[in-house]
Design a protein around this ligand. Structure first.
Ligand code: BGC
Length: 268
């Protein structure tokens, strides 16, 4: 339990973070100092079809569970939420791997109205990237850090001196005539039934191209597949150091909480 200060307020800063994915909607109470979850994370399957209304309903259930815990921040504290699409001024602008009905939806407004409290919504890879640079594998690294998540799609976060340049969408670079994520995502490897060696060749092509375009200081690889990094990372020949994400499963939750805390000036 956070200690109380003299005014009786909780002295550690906590925020609820929610990660909306294709298979699950996961949330947790995030300690902003350490970037760790306080208590367990809570997950409900993503509804099918994952329409805006259906997702908002499950989101409300996840928030209600977290709110019922003694460690929950006050209800005046906004909630950070990530979503796997371009999010510009709170509005979804793409739907590569989500229901097409999201395009043009004011996600910020929908969720605010559904849970009756201020929210801030951002792209899922942006959230994971922010968390990695603040608390994980990119901590203390200046200059351009690119966080690339390999999952159903390819997500990317472009971070410069610790600040996020949102909605980079480097998973959709066109390489050799293909949308990059259609060849180099984790789901493309499974779909095509290729072994790690062949997959590493695709990743080499992808990362070499991104390296050439942006000359980053560091690549961080996230997504579920980063658990198997020994099967592909050693094969990659790049000038840029490339490491696996540290926060793993919780990066989206932590990053969503961090972003809302920054925009609401709870922390810098
Ligand atoms: C989407 C991105 C998302 C990524 C990972 C891509 O297909 O375009 O917005 O960050 O998948 O979920």
């Amino acid at each position: 339990m956070p200690k109380d200060d003299k005014a009786g307020k909780k002295s550690s800063k906590t925020v609820i973070g929610i990660d909306i994915g294709g298979t699950g909607i996961k949330g947790g109470i995030v300690d902003l100092k350490s970037g760790q979850l306080i208590g367990d994370r809570f997950r409900i399957d993503t509804p099918r079809p994952a329409t805006p209304e259906a997702v908002a309903e499950v989101l409300a259930q996840v928030v209600a569970e977290l709110d019922s815990r003694p460690q929950a921040p006050g209800k005046d504290v906004p909630v950070g939420i990530d979503f796997p699409a371009i999010i510009s001024h709170g509005v979804a602008r793409s739907a590569a791997n989500v229901d097409p009905s999201w395009i043009g939806t004011d996600v910020d407004k929908l969720f605010t109205e559904r849970i009756g409290r201020k929210v801030h919504v951002l792209n899922d890879a942006d959230a994971a990237g922010l968390a990695e640079v603040r608390y994980g594998a990119g901590k203390g690294v200046d200059g351009v850090v690119l966080v690339i998540t390999l999952g159903t799609g390819i997500g990317s976060a472009f971070i410069m001196d610790g600040k996020l340049v949102p909605n980079a969408e480097l998973g959709h670079l066109e390489i050799d005539g293909f949308d990059a994520e259609s060849k180099a995502s984790a789901s493309a490897r499974e779909r095509d039934g290729i072994d790690w060696e062949e997959y590493s060749v695709r990743l080499q092509r992808y990362f070499s191209h991104v390296e050439f375009l942006f000359s980053p200081e560091l690549f961080i690889v996230g997504g579920g597949i980063s658990k198997r990094s020994e099967d592909f990372l050693p094969a990659l020949k790049l000038q840029t150091p490339i490491v696996t994400a540290k926060l793993r499963n919780n990066a989206g939750i932590v990053g969503a909480a961090l972003q809302v805390a920054i925009s609401d000036k709870i922390i810098k």
